[in-house]
Design a protein around this ligand. Structure first.
Ligand SMILES: *Cc1c(COP(=O)(O)O)cnc(C)c1O
Length: 388
């Protein structure tokens, strides 16, 4: 009786369906599943953050609708964090917008600038909300292939001129989910010049800026000259502070872009729970020890996994950042079937690359979000399976 909207029908199909079904079935059968599929930290939120929430939740002043633009104290804490981490000065009143997790901001932002049929340049493989948010806003996602031969950076020179003319937004995400690739300032400079030339807004997703190894420190595109006019950057407390379930993140950058997103959100939600905002302040202002420990935990897991993959003869780049390893599968394999076979034969869940778009085909993604002994066990199980 009711017909779904064209927009809803044109959202990409959910490609993890088969794997999800197989995973549920395996669990029901009581099999011991090692889940290397989820991009969600296994460690708890640090205690000082939980304590801040517990305290804040007792105060009736925090039980009301929050301000749409976030508490001034949270915006100031974000400014302080950016200054400390990237040496960038942001205005807490106009260049910062707290979000109910960065995903909602990323998915809502295209509503502010897209008219029916406008193009949005979307990296592929990529985080699904870039495409989803574009389609829901009436835009057309134009895929930018992230290829290994280009170090998983988009080749801006290959975007057709007629597409550049109709494009309003470009998404970039470094350190990258799912490829774990990183980007440096020369790439950002080129991207900023491209954006100025074609009047395109850059949406930078910096969710993994703190998940980095071997002394490597990712940059913010806002550190590069010319970024102020064309960039909105999205950040999340989810990965940095093991807070995925809490729903707190933020956008920062160009004032006009921030105020457009604020206007959209004032029509959609009524702010972040104040107690969560206060916990967010505790996170951002908290001791550096947590971040150091988190990095060495993932780094150790990464080293164990990379050694194991080498011994299996599997090919993957050693990630400098993110908690993902992007693994090439033997030529001619279909990533969904390959992931399905690993689940059936080794009781290990991995994410098929094609779930991140067609240019993700030929790869699987493994997340470092399980304890070391489970990674070791996974490698042992894979070794037992002979004919890959
Ligand atoms: C996890 C992740 C986010 C963060 O999402 P939240 O909504 O803030 O939890 C954003 N971008 C990418 C690419 C991610 O992987």
């Amino acid at each position: 009786m009711f017909k779904l909207s064209k927009k809803l029908k044109s959202l990409p199909p959910y490609l993890f369906l088969e794997i999800d079904k197989a995973k549920r079935k395996a669990r029901l059968e009581g099999r011991d599943i090692i889940d290397l599929g989820v991009g969600d930290p296994d460690q708890p939120t640090p205690k000082y953050i939980i304590d801040a929430l517990c305290l804040a939740v007792q105060d009736p002043a925090n039980h009301h609708y929050a301000l749409d633009q976030g508490m001034p104290a949270l915006r100031r804490a974000i400014v302080g964090w950016y200054k400390h981490r990237f040496n960038i000065n942001l205005n807490p009143d106009s260049e910062i917008l707290p979000l109910i997790g960065s995903k909602e901001g990323i998915a809502h932002f295209p509503l502010g600038f897209i008219n029916q049929g406008d193009y949005v340049l979307v990296p592929e493989p990529g985080y699904p909300p870039y495409k989803g948010g574009t389609i829901l806003a009436g835009g057309k996602p134009f895929p930018l292939p992230l290829l290994e031969k280009n170090a998983f950076l988009p080749d801006l020179k290959r975007i057709p001129l007629n597409v550049c003319k109709k494009a309003k937004l470009i998404f970039v995400n470094y350190p990258n989910n799912p490829t774990s690739a990183t980007a440096e300032k020369p790439f950002y400079k080129e991207l900023i010049d491209f954006a100025h030339k074609h009047r395109i807004i850059i949406i930078s997703d910096l969710a993994y800026s703190e998940i980095c190894y071997d002394g490597y420190k990712p940059s913010s595109i806002l550190e590069v000259d010319g970024a102020q006019d064309v960039v909105i950057e999205f950040h999340s407390l989810s990965k940095t502070y093991n807070m995925t379930g809490w729903r707190v993140g933020f956008a920062c950058g160009n004032e006009k872009l921030i105020s457009a997103l604020a206007k959209i959100k004032s029509n959609v939600d009524s702010g972040i729970f104040s107690a969560v905002q206060l916990a967010g302040i505790a996170a951002l202002d908290g001791p550096e020890g947590h971040i150091k420990n988190m990095r060495s935990l993932y780094q150790e897991r990464r080293d164990i996994l990379m050694r194991g993959l080498n011994s299996l003869g599997w090919q993957a780049n050693n990630p400098k950042a993110t908690f993902y390893v992007w693994i090439r599968i033997p030529k001619g394999n279909d990533s969904i079937k390959f992931a399905g076979a690993i689940l059936e034969r080794a009781n290990i869940v991995v994410t098929p690359g094609v779930g991140f778009g067609k240019y993700g085909e030929g790869y699987i993604r493994i997340a470092l979000t399980v304890p070391e002994e489970r990674i070791r066990e996974a490698i042992e199980r894979l070794k037992k399976i002979s004919s890959w």
